[in-house]
Design a protein around this ligand. Structure first.
Ligand SMILES: [Zn+2]
Length: 209
């Protein structure tokens, strides 16, 4: 039985042909290598292939490289993504309850939770970008396109919700005409965060032998 490995995510497939699409990262068949009997391609693919000597880098580029290496090696993305993801569902539940029960305290709770989400998003997005480049060489498979799209929509929805509530403190009041639209923006934020997390978890956990 031949073995094939996905160049993007390292997934190993056994069979006479590579799969049409990687079940983990959705890369197509052309991204699969046939593995040697020792599985030697595995190590070279995961660690990155040896490349030609790189040209000398400026001190700033070296500092950026050192910083992003630390971010990747210390798993900052899965760590930081839990900050807003822990608070996002609470914010959306508070928005829904505040609207249903016309409750001022819940409106405030929702608003401050949303502010926290917006404040943590830059570090989540940057650490995600770093992990994508370091681990997956920035490969733009369908999975990554969806993940990046979700991250963008989630961030925009969170910013819209905060700015909207800031400029209209009555948006969650019982009589506010746009309160359901405001809730919808929050639900979209939660749904896109959930989908991005699902795809990230799939790539990490479905790839363990
Ligand atoms: Zn793959």
């Amino acid at each position: 039985m031949k073995k094939w490995q996905c160049r993007v995510c390292g997934y190993i497939h056994a069979g006479s042909e590579p799969p049409a699409k990687c079940p983990v990262c959705s890369a197509d068949a052309s991204e699969f290598y046939e593995m040697g009997p020792e599985g030697d391609e595995l190590a070279s693919m995961v660690a990155g292939k040896p490349s030609a000597p790189a040209p000398a880098k400026s001190p700033l580029a070296q500092a950026y490289e050192a910083l992003t290496d630390h971010i990747y090696k210390n798993h900052l993305h899965p760590i930081t993504v839990h900050f807003p993801n822990g608070v996002l569902p609470a914010a959306v539940i508070f928005v829904g309850l505040a609207i249903f029960f016309n409750h001022r305290g819940l409106q405030e709770a929702a608003y401050y939770n949303l502010i926290f989400v917006v404040l943590t998003m830059p570090v989540v997005l940057f650490s995600g970008y770093v992990a994508w480049h370091k681990r997956y060489k920035g490969a733009m498979t369908q999975n990554f396109a969806i993940k990046i799209g979700c991250a963008a929509i989630c961030t925009v929805a969170a910013v819209v919700a905060v700015v909207w509530r800031y400029s209209d403190p009555t948006i969650m009041d019982a009589g506010a005409p746009d309160r359901w639209l405001f809730l919808l923006v929050n639900v979209v934020m939660l749904a896109t965060a959930g989908l991005a997390g699902h795809l990230g978890g799939k790539m990490v956990f479905d790839n363990r032998l």
